[in-house]
Design a protein around this ligand. Structure first.
Ligand code: SF4
Length: 358
C-alpha cells in the first residue's frame, strides 16, 4: 500500500518512484508532505538554502507563424498588418541593454515564419557571435522551431544543426513542448510536431554536441494523465541520453487574448506540480521555477524542489497572453531571500558581463 512514509523512506534511499505513486501523491499528499519529499531529492544535488538565478531577455524577432496553436496570443499570420520581422540593429540594442545591466543570457524566440530559411539564422547567429564573442550566451531557438526551420530549408534536423553550430550556436531550448502527449497536441497544436518528432530532434541536438533543456507548461485543459505522460516520457528520454538535458523548467499557461481562453492555474497548484516534478525527475540536476509567469509565487517554488530561476526582462509571447514582468532585480531577489534562500548568480556565458548585479 502506498503511503507518504514509505515513499519518504524510498526517496531517502535514492530509490525511484513510479508514475502511479506520483499520481497517488497528487491526490493524497498535503503541501507540506510534497515539500518534504521534493526536498529529499533536491538535497541530492544542491545545498538546502542556496538557489541560483540569471538575468535573461527573450528576443522575439518575428511574430509571424503558421502553426496556429489555439493557446497562442502572440502569432500573426503572414501578411497580417501587425506582423513583423525585427532588424539586427533592433536585436543588438536589446542585447546591449541587458549586458549593461549585467545579464549575459538571451533566448531567441519567433514562430514558424515560412520566409526564414536556414541561411537567415546562420547569418543572424554568426553576426551575434562575431559581435559579442564569449561575453554573452544565447538559446538560438526552441526545439519545434528547429524542426520547422530544417523542414522549410529542405534539410534534416542534423544537417541544420551542423550549420547552426558552425555559426556559433551552442544552445537550443526545449521550448514548444507544452504538454508532450499527442492527445494534447492534436487538440491544440496539430501543426507543432508529434512527441516522437520532438524527442528525435532533442536527440539530434545532443548528438551534435549542443546543449538543450526540457520544458513543460501546465494550465491549459490537460488532464492529470497527460501531465504524468509528459513527465514519464521525459524521465525515460533523460535516462536514454545519460542525463543529457541541462535543466527542466515548468511554467504556467496565460489564458488572455487567444482562441483557447480559460483560467489560470492557482499558485498552489503550480507549487504542488513543481514538487511532483522534482520528486519524479530524479535524473535532472536543475529544476527551474518560472518568475515569468508566477512572479513572487515562483520563489516559493524554491521550497517545493526548485533550485534555479530567471529574472526575465522581456518576453512578448507571455506578456501578450497576460504575464506581468517586474523589471526590478532587487525586488525579485528579495522574494527569494524572504523565502530563506541566498540567491547566487549563475553565469552562462564564458566571459560574464563586466557589471555585476550582485
Ligand atoms: S505557440 Fe509558437 S508555434 Fe504556436 S502559434 Fe504561437 S508562435 Fe507559433
Amino acid at each position: 500500500m502506498i503511503s507518504v512514509n514509505s515513499l519518504q523512506e524510498r526517496l531517502a534511499a535514492r530509490a525511484r518512484i513510479s508514475r502511479e505513486e506520483l499520481k497517488w501523491l497528487w491526490h493524497n499528499a498535503s503541501n507540506e508532505e510534497l515539500q518534504g519529499l521534493a526536498n529529499l531529492v533536491r538535497e541530492r544535488f544542491h545545498q538546502p538554502q542556496i538557489a541560483t538565478y540569471l538575468l535573461m531577455r527573450i528576443i522575439n524577432y518575428t511574430n509571424i507563424c503558421v502553426a496556429k496553436c489555439d493557446y497562442c496570443s502572440f502569432y500573426r499570420l503572414p501578411k497580417a498588418a501587425d506582423g513583423y520581422l525585427r532588424s539586427k540593429e533592433w536585436m543588438f540594442e536589446r542585447i546591449d541593454e541587458l549586458v549593461e545591466l549585467g545579464g549575459d543570457l538571451f533566448a531567441f524566440n519567433g514562430g514558424f515564419n515560412p520566409q526564414l530559411k536556414i541561411d537567415y539564422y546562420v547569418d543572424l547567429f554568426g553576426s551575434i557571435r562575431q559581435r559579442y564573442g564569449e561575453r554573452i550566451e544565447f538559446y538560438a531557438m526552441t526545439v519545434v522551431e528547429l524542426i520547422y526551420i530544417a523542414r522549410v530549408s529542405k534539410l534534416t534536423v542534423a544537417e541544420a544543426l551542423q550549420l547552426l553550430k558552425a555559426a556559433g550556436v551552442r544552445w537550443i531550448t526545449g521550448g514548444g513542448a507544452e504538454i508532450l502527449a499527442d492527445s494534447f497536441r492534436l487538440r491544440h497544436s496539430p501543426l507543432k510536431y508529434t512527441v516522437k518528432e520532438y524527442y528525435a530532434a532533442q536527440r539530434d541536438i545532443l548528438e551534435a554536441g549542443l546543449k538543450s533543456t526540457a520544458t513543460m507548461v501546465i494550465g491549459f485543459d490537460e488532464s492529470l494523465d497527460e501531465r504524468l505522460e509528459h513527465l514519464e516520457l521525459l524521465r525515460d528520454f533523460q535516462d536514454s541520453t545519460n542525463n543529457g538535458l541541462f535543466s527542466f523548467l515548468c511554467w504556467t499557461y496565460k489564458p488572455y487574448n487567444n482562441e483557447l481562453g480559460g483560467q489560470e492555474v492557482s499558485a498552489d497548484e503550480y507549487l504542488r506540480h513543481l514538487a511532483l516534478c522534482r520528486i519524479y525527475l530524479d535524473n535532472f540536476v536543475h529544476i527551474r521555477t518560472s518568475v515569468l509567469t508566477q512572479n513572487a509565487n515562483a520563489l516559493k517554488g524554491l521550497s517545493f524542489g526548485a533550485d534555479d530561476f530567471d529574472i526575465p526582462w522581456e518576453d512578448e509571447v507571455t506578456q501578450k497572453a497576460g504575464a506581468i514582468i517586474e523589471q526590478n532585480v532587487e525586488s525579485v531577489l528579495g522574494y527569494a531571500k524572504n523565502e530563506g534562500f541566498a540567491p547566487q548568480y549563475r553565469h552562462v556565458a564564458k566571459e560574464p558581463g563586466l557589471i555585476s548585479i550582485k
